[in-house]
Design a protein around this ligand. Structure first.
Ligand code: ADP
Length: 610
């Protein structure tokens, strides 16, 4: 008890102030402080408080009762803040016992009191048998009903609480008989609301309201309450009848639901993978931003409500088929999927799905994890490519150097002979040799360029100028072949530190490939768009054509040396591998995105600082 007494002694003035405020009797702060100051001692000696200071200040019995009860609830809240569990409950009971002893007797209408107290004890005996039957009927209901039923008079004296109600607030029938008030029970901040209802016009037949009440040992219990004022013959308030519902369980459920929602939202938010949750009929209930991004949806909301099976492009029966299997799966499902979504994005990922089964075995829905493997695949490809490139680079460099010397010899002697011979047919043959040897030398140069490791000086360059120069070299040929070219160049592009010759050569290669590819489609569909843009750390150059495109397998190989789909003599398959070597030498990246029938897009990105 020491701590609780300490609290009371140290906070007597605060308790008195708050209690006076709650009862709108600020004029009594001082005498109430004097009374509350005795609380500690009275608790120890189990004596009643001396309420004389209040009486001398002019307070009547009713007000003294209100002030003491208000002080009691203030003290309970102080105890709650500084003790817990059993200690708290013990302190509250002790305090209540002390205050009870100090309360002036309530002024009661004895007839009314005995009527309701009879109901408490189920003792009513009425002269008329029909009245007795009705009484028994009412008592039966009140004893068995699970909601709380209470009756109090206009001054707040509680005359009746049914058994269920007593169990909730933990008071006994004896407590009730000895006198309880709504001011013992209602938490101070709701008192005004309760008083308002006690005087409400029209019998207080208003909508239910929610308050908190104290149990005997200080627990705060949320309750939904309905009250009705019963009037006497003279038309004034006789009693207030109330029926109320304990909201603890409902609140606990609500908290559980909120907590579960919070878990789900947090998990959706932090998941590194796309998550989609669908109902049993397949309609999407929830998803995270990553799932929306993977599907190309503008927002998560664009996914919600959609059927899982409608995620794929309308024409794509295989995706519909697969997603139907996900919905139908009564067990875990795992598959690697590739399809174009209805938002136009190609989805390439591992799908891991699990059914959401309720306790009774019914299917509530399905949760689906989308693990993006496109990035992982492209990283693997890139690593492999880099390894191959560096090994090949060494071999190629040596071979090209070795070939260069004999080739220079062949060319030198062929030119000498060409000058020396007179006969036309000999000269023709020698010119063939010189041409072919020159071709070999160019191939050698290409090979050396491919193997070269940045040995030329890199200077700040305007990428837009390099694009225009490369395009300028092709402009005529592209025009002749009726290819519509659009240059969409960002005006504020920062300069890039690079070897302008290398970069231009890359652009020439890519434009040349697009040119070749576009010849395979109808002239009115031939379009090439070259775009430049920046994100302030790098510059990106995008070459998008409307040619025949490539399948996945070809896309995976285009940067490999000597990979070509062109006829013998038309291509040697070094253009893009040289481009790859040059761009990665600059710390940049070159990527391709294509699908058969959908053109090809090559994106080159170069860091602004090398
Ligand atoms: P080459 O042009 O000598 O074949 P590249 O390395 O430049 O060598 O290209 C390799 C292959 O990539 C080409 O043979 C072609 O199959 C494919 N390719 C490159 N660009 C495109 C494009 N824009 N459209 C379709 N296929 C392309």
């Amino acid at each position: 008890m020491t701590t609780c007494i300490d609290i009371l002694v140290g906070s007597a003035e605060d308790i008195a102030k708050a209690a006076a405020e709650h009862t709108d009797s600020e004029a009594y702060i001082e005498p109430l402080t004097q009374v509350v100051q005795q609380l500690g001692g009275c608790l120890e000696d189990e004596l009643p408080l001396d309420v004389m200071p209040l009486r001398e200040a002019g307070a009547d019995d009713a007000l003294i009762g209100r002030l003491l009860r208000a002080a009691e609830t203030e003290a309970i809240e102080l105890f709650r803040a500084s003790s817990n569990g059993k200690v708290f409950a013990g302190n509250v009971l002790h305090l209540r016992a002390c205050i009870r002893k100090s309360l002036p007797p309530a002024v009661l209408n004895l007839e009314t009191v005995s009527l309701y107290h009879n109901l408490v004890d189920n003792m009513a005996q009425t002269a008329h048998p029909d009245s007795q039957r009705l009484y028994d009927f009412l008592a039966g209901i009140l004893h068995n009903i699970r909601d709380l039923v209470f009756v109090h008079d206009a001054a707040g004296n509680i005359l009746y609480i049914n058994d269920a109600g007593l169990a909730v607030v933990k008071y006994t029938r004896e407590d009730l008989m000895q006198g309880l008030s709504i001011y013992d029970v209602v938490v101070s901040k709701y008192i005004d609301l309760v008083e308002e209802r006690m005087t409400a016009p029209g019998g207080g037949n208003l909508s239910p309201f929610t308050i908190e009440v104290y149990s005997k040992d200080g627990e705060r219990i949320p309750m939904e309450i309905d009250t009705r004022i019963l009037t006497n013959h003279a038309g004034s308030t006789d009693v207030i009848v109330g029926i109320s519902r304990d909201l603890r369980l409902e609140r606990r459920f609500q908290t559980e639901i909120r907590r579960t929602n919070c878990y789900v939202e947090t998990l959706l938010g932090i998941s590194p993978h796309g998550v989609i949750i669908a109902d049993a009929d397949g309609s999407i209930r929830d998803a995270n931003a990553i799932a929306a991004g993977l599907c190309g949806a503008p927002s998560v909301n664009a996914l919600i409500g959609l059927g899982l099976c409608d995620l794929g492009e309308r024409a794509d029966a295989s995706s519909r088929d697969l997603l139907e299997r996900v919905v139908d799966a009564r067990r875990d499902f795992r598959a690697c999927v590739t399809f174009r979504t209805r938002f136009g994005k190609k989805l390439h990922c591992d799908v891991i799905a699990a059914p959401l089964e309720l306790d009774d075995g019914s299917l509530d829905g399905v949760v689906m994890l989308l693990v993006d493997i496109a990035e992982q695949k492209s990283m693997q490809r890139e690593l492999l490519q880099q390894e191959k490139m560096s090994a090949l680079g060494e071999i190629v460099m040596r071979a090209a150097h070795e070939l260069n010397n004999p080739l220079a010899g062949i060319l030198g002697y062929a030119e000498l002979l060409h000058q020396a011979v007179e006969k036309r047919s000999h000269k023709d043959k020698l010119e063939r040799i010189i041409d072919e040897a020159n071709r070999c030398r160019r191939i050698g140069e290409n090979l050396l360029a491919f193997a070269k490791r940045g040995d030329r000086e890199r200077l700040p360059c305007d990428i837009n100028v390099l694009i225009q120069q490369a395009y300028g070299l092709f402009e005529y040929a592209l025009n002749v072949d009726r290819i519509a070219v659009t240059l969409d160049l960002a005006p504020d592009l920062p300069q890039v530190h690079c070897d302008s010759q290398d970069v231009q050569r890359v652009f020439l290669n890519v434009i040349n490939n697009a040119h070749q590819a576009l010849l395979e489609v109808e002239p009115d569909r031939r379009r090439l768009t070259i775009t430049s843009r920046t994100d302030r750390s790098s510059v990106q150059i995008v070459f998008a054509d409307t040619g025949p495109g490539m399948d996945e397998e070809t896309c995976a190989k285009v940067f490999q040396p000597f990979f070509t789909t062109r006829d013998v003599g038309e291509g040697i398959g070094l253009g893009l591998s040289v481009a790859y070597a040059m761009i990665t030498n600059h710390g940049g990246a070159i990527e391709v995105e294509s699908e058969p029938g959908r053109g090809a897009t090559f994106t080159i990105s170069l860091p602004i600082r090398a």
